[in-house]
Design a binder for this molecule. Structure first.
Ligand code: ZN
Length: 693
């Protein structure tokens, strides 16, 4: 049988909405009105769909259904962003409540049996006539009907009522969990300033700490520190991370580690158990053995059993190299400071840093002068522009939500592209910490693009150091890599934002494919020419020297096997909490068992990281996504010519075959199209063991 794949037809009904972006809103009342506008638009689209009688068509059924999803999706994602970034607490509070309202409305749509029956009737009429719809449309309809069945739409009324109540409860518990984590910032008093020895000079200066006069100057040679006033550190990541990597005092590191890994405890222990119980009941009602089975059935992974198999394979691939890495580290510590053995989890980052310095003659602090924030931002925009064939132009008409947030229009610059020279989307960069702002690094969709109707818009929400007066906001190499990672999501959102259906736009592939484009970009930053194009010393303008760069790359390759096992451990925790009866779950024992199995470091009593493990809310059982996607990202990267990363035709082929389809095809097809085969673990294995090659 010949499969006909006609060109998408123009759609009569318009989707563009002047209120598509919230960023001009000032107060809580306006935020509520904005959300209400989109809820009303979604309801009216659903009513339009249900009013149809007789034979259903794409125009009268899928078009309004997709419009309802566009309004709900956008209102949901933007109220999430408001909650993360709005400068006013009243708007953040309102946004949190609104997210719940929108969540409930989305659940109601996903359980609306009449809508389901309408889509099923449309599906029947389309499959009877092979020329009536293109492959992407049929795929959209298939995925949508599957998600309806996974929501329990075909269950009896009492069961659906219970499902609705459980879904609302899961939303509320998830928000409460995240909110508690965001608000719980612990303080660590430092009575003896000498405990801060080893920390970078700008970190000390920010806390009013100086070397004692006459005790020598320069890095590493200062025996004493003094503070004008008592020093208090917090568990915010920019304060926490340097302590774990650089503070010479094991006592300070331990106090920081315990404070950080006790955040949101005890409050979130019960919240998490209640959440897991609700998910378990939901999975049972829907006919699944566990939540982990339910959450993977519509993913590339397929089932909890396959996930366990995958994690075992990765563990086997990393174990031997991890033993070797740890044995080297222990030997190093035995030589330097035998009293520091056995190494605990609160010593890990510090000693790994010391080992890297010694083995590779590389100090991660020493390259920060080559990475002042503004220069990195410009470098990332220009690298991404060359790689993906786009240009970024400042968007002076864009309304931003806080001073310092930047907006750019994305202009297509790829040779032979149908949209060459045209604006294809807009991005926002909200890159620095601010009072009340979320402390994390993420990419957020704002508006889903629809072909011929609406350009995609998306934002980065990050916490990189803020350049300020004489402080150029120097970044670590790892920060630069993180920044490019998040940028990978942004490009996926924009370049995948030209779909006929909003529900297939941007990052709407299976959830366990979404970290592939971002993780692949991380690999580009091992190329010296690419990085030297923007990594210039902020005082002298000299590019980062080749030998320093080579040592930096070698040093960052150290410890990959240990880090991979840590990821396997988190993924296993995320799987097991969702694959066992919640009533008998012991969160602490499970955590301990994970560390005993996967970590070489001694467990630190009092570590209750699960109470702030926010991935359990968003990713639920599917933390494996990071590893699974790393495997594919490395395979994708191996297709590029390392001597000509940017200008090679592979980059454009990648844009066309992986990013531009958005969610209009199963991710396995994207993989096969780009690799010409299925992904295997071979690129991961060589990436893990590269330091010993
Ligand atoms: Zn990511």
């Amino acid at each position: 049988m010949q499969v006909v794949d006609p060109q998408p037809q123009p759609i009569a009904s318009t989707i563009a909405d002047p209120l598509h972006i919230w960023s001009g809103l000032a107060g809580a009342g306006q935020a509520r009105a904005w959300v209400e506008h989109h809820l009303a638009a979604a309801r009216s689209a659903v009513a339009e769909l249900l009013a149809v009688s007789g034979q259903r068509t794409l125009e009268d059924t899928l078009v309004p259904y997709d419009r309802a999803r566009w309004h709900l999706g956008m209102a949901g994602s933007q109220s999430g962003v408001m909650f993360m970034v709005h400068p006013l607490a009243e708007v953040r509070d309102a946004a949190q409540q609104l997210s719940q309202v929108i969540g409930a409305e989305s659940v109601a749509l996903s359980l609306n049996r009449e809508v389901y029956q309408a889509l099923e009737a449309l599906h029947a009429s389309l499959t009877a006539d092979a020329s009536a719809a293109d492959a992407a449309t049929l795929y959209y309809l298939d995925r949508t009907l599957l998600s309806y069945r996974l929501s329990g739409v075909d269950k009896d009324e009492a069961t659906r009522e219970r499902i609705r109540a459980l879904a609302d409860r899961m939303t509320a518990l998830g928000m409460s969990f995240s909110r508690t984590v965001q608000d719980d910032v612990r303080k660590i008093p430092v009575e003896d300033p000498d405990e801060l020895l080893g920390l970078p000079e700008d970190y000390l200066a920010r806390h009013g700490v100086q070397p004692v006069a006459g005790s020598g100057s320069g890095s590493g040679a200062v025996p004493h520190l003094a503070a004008a006033a008592p020093v208090t550190l917090t568990t915010d990541p920019p304060e926490m991370a340097p302590v774990m990597s650089y503070a010479a005092s094991p006592q300070l590191r331990r106090r920081m580690y315990l404070a950080y890994n006790d955040r949101a405890f005890p409050a979130n222990r019960q919240v998490l158990l209640d959440l897991l119980a609700a998910r378990e009941e939901m999975a049972t009602l829907l006919g699944f053995r566990s939540w982990a089975d339910l959450a993977t059935v519509d993913q590339m992974m397929g089932s909890a059993a396959k996930m366990r198999e995958f994690l075992n394979e990765v563990e086997v691939a990393a174990r031997e190299t991890a033993q070797r890495e740890f044995a080297e580290l222990e030997a190093f510590v035995r030589e330097r400071d035998p009293g520091a053995l056995p190494l605990t989890l609160s010593d890990a980052r510090f000693w790994e840093e010391q080992f890297r310095r010694s083995r590779f003659d590389f100090d991660s602090q020493s390259v920060r002068p080559y990475f002042p924030y503004d220069q990195v931002e410009a470098g990332i925009l220009s690298t991404a522009g060359r790689l993906f064939g786009v240009e970024f132009a400042a968007a002076p008409d864009a309304v931003v939500w806080a001073p310092g947030v930047k907006a750019f229009d994305v202009i297509d610059d790829a040779a032979g592209s149908a949209t060459h020279g045209q604006t294809i989307g807009r991005i926002y960069l909200d890159m620095h910490p601010r009072e009340g702002k979320s402390k994390w690094f993420s990419e957020c969709s704002l508006v889903s693009g629809v072909l011929g109707r609406q350009l995609p818009e998306a934002s980065l929400v990050c916490n990189f150091p803020q350049p300020d007066g004489s402080d150029p906001g120097l970044m670590l190499y790892s920060d630069v890599v993180t920044c490019f990672h998040e940028f990978g999501h942004l490009m996926h959102e924009v370049l995948g934002g030209r779909q006929r259906w909003a529900g297939q736009s941007g990052i709407s592939t299976e959830g366990d494919f979404v970290e592939v484009p971002s993780q692949m970009l991380e690999e580009f930053f091992e190329d010296p020419e690419l990085v030297r194009a923007f990594a210039r010393h902020y005082q002298t303008g000299e590019p980062i020297p080749y030998d320093v760069f080579a040592r930096m790359v070698r040093a960052s390759a150290h410890g990959r096997a240990l880090a991979t096992l840590t990821q396997v451990m988190y993924a296993t925790y995320s799987l097991e909490t969702h694959d066992r009866p919640a009533a008998t779950l012991d969160l602490d024992a499970l955590l301990r068992a994970g560390y005993d199995r996967f970590s070489r470091y001694e467990f630190v009593e009092g570590n209750r990281m699960y109470a702030a493990f926010t991935h359990l809310v968003g990713y639920t059982s599917n933390y494996y996504t990071y590893l699974f996607d790393k495997v594919m990202a490395l395979e994708f990267f191996s297709e590029f010519d390392v001597r000509n990363l940017i200008e090679s035709p592979t980059a454009l082929r990648y844009r066309r075959e992986v990013l531009e389809p958005g969610g209009s095809k199963p991710a396995r097809e994207l993989v096969r199209a780009f690799l010409g085969r299925e992904a295997s673990l071979s690129a991961l294995k060589s990436w893990i063991s590269r330091e010993f090659e």
